[in-house]
Design a protein. Structure first.
Length: 347
């Protein structure tokens, strides 16, 4: 039986609630505390454990746990475009990855709130909500398809979608299934939706993708080109996508987690299948302080455009104002390039 992401998230919420009640029962029995006090303490314990898991994710990711320094991406990178390939520069990674105490605490607290909201509220209980249509649509903007990441559903976009609509973009989401499936299967689903959008609107869509969704979009672009449809999408924005893989993937479940392991054979094959033209249609928006897609630099994709941020965690990329602004800037870049391609295309 393949459970949906929403069902899995509801089960996780139930486990947390049951854990809080179990702690409360133990405290009430052992200490004789009143039930309200014991229950409040149980909730605090669960919230502290939740926070510890977020902190651990930061530590494993930013430290590149289990990944030799010599295998990590080049650190000599600029936010405005690809830099020439350089030898590894660990000192530069450390400099980019360092935050003062106040900024580090703010980054952690924002990520804690974002993770709690996304996984305990939006995904389990709001997965049936749709996105608002723009009041003043951009006349030259293609439709935007929003693509979620590992173990998620389209509800992750409910915080960002209003800003995209306000900017004039008409958005729709997709739920990739099964939850722990093969990213190549997701590519097929994406390509089918991209073609449906193009048939319905007359325009190939722009894709905005979080985390694993960016890998699925890249695979869909390769699949489209192989099937004789290189213009199936107008461009791809990736948010915190682990283009080289990530340290945490070794602890994940499912075929897709194995594909996202550091420099996995699947990722190597995907990169080899891409052309410079495909890479030029990608804008990678990422944070040097991503709590999931790491070590720092994994979101750098040679030949693509890059918009680098700092002090923002992985899930926070879906709602932080600077991340939303960067996403809008990335969409503007891709719209302009799409218009340029259309202008030079033969009639």
């Amino acid at each position: 039986m393949n459970l949906t992401a929403a069902a899995l998230r509801r089960a996780a919420v139930l486990v947390q609630a049951a854990s809080a009640c179990a702690v409360a029962a133990c405290l009430s029995s052992v200490t004789g505390w009143s039930w309200p006090l014991a229950l409040g303490s149980g909730i605090v314990v669960v919230l502290l454990i939740f926070g510890a898991s977020v902190a651990l994710a930061f530590a494993v990711t930013l430290g590149g746990f289990g990944i030799p320094m010599a295998q990590r991406p080049p650190a000599d990178m600029r936010a405005d475009g690809p830099a020439p390939m350089q030898p590894h520069m660990p000192g530069d990674i450390a400099r980019r990855s360092s935050l003062d105490l106040r900024s580090a605490v703010a980054c952690f607290l924002a990520e804690y709130r974002a993770v709690f909201r996304m996984f305990n509220w939006l995904q389990p209980f709001h997965s049936r909500l749709s996105f608002a249509s723009p009041t003043h649509p951009l006349p030259d903007a293609p439709p935007v398809l929003l693509v979620h990441g590992y173990g998620c559903n389209h509800a992750i976009w409910l915080d960002m979608a209003p800003a995209l609509a306000e900017a004039g973009y008409c958005c729709e989401g997709i739920d990739l299934t099964p939850v722990l499936g093969n990213i190549d299967q997701y590519a097929v689903q994406l390509l089918q939706r991209m073609r449906a959008i193009k048939a319905r609107s007359g325009r190939a869509p722009l894709l905005v993708c979080h985390s694993m969704g960016g890998l699925a979009a890249r695979a869909a672009q390769v699949l489209a080109a192989r099937s004789g449809d290189p213009d199936a999408c107008a461009g791809i924005v990736t948010l915190g996508s682990p283009h080289h893989g990530c340290a945490l993937a070794r602890f994940g479940s499912g075929h897709n987690a194995r594909q996202m392991r550091w420099q996995s054979p699947w990722l190597v094959a995907l990169a080899a299948a891409e052309t410079p033209a495909m890479r030029s249609r990608i804008v990678s928006v990422f944070s040097w302080h991503d709590s999931i897609a790491g070590p720092p630099g994994t979101s750098w994709l040679d030949g693509a455009h890059h918009l680098a941020l700092d002090g923002i965690g992985h899930v926070s990329l879906l709602r932080h104002r600077r991340a939303i602004d960067a996403t809008l800037a990335a969409l503007t870049i891709l719209r302009r390039e799409a218009a340029r391609r259309d202008a030079v295309a033969p009639p």
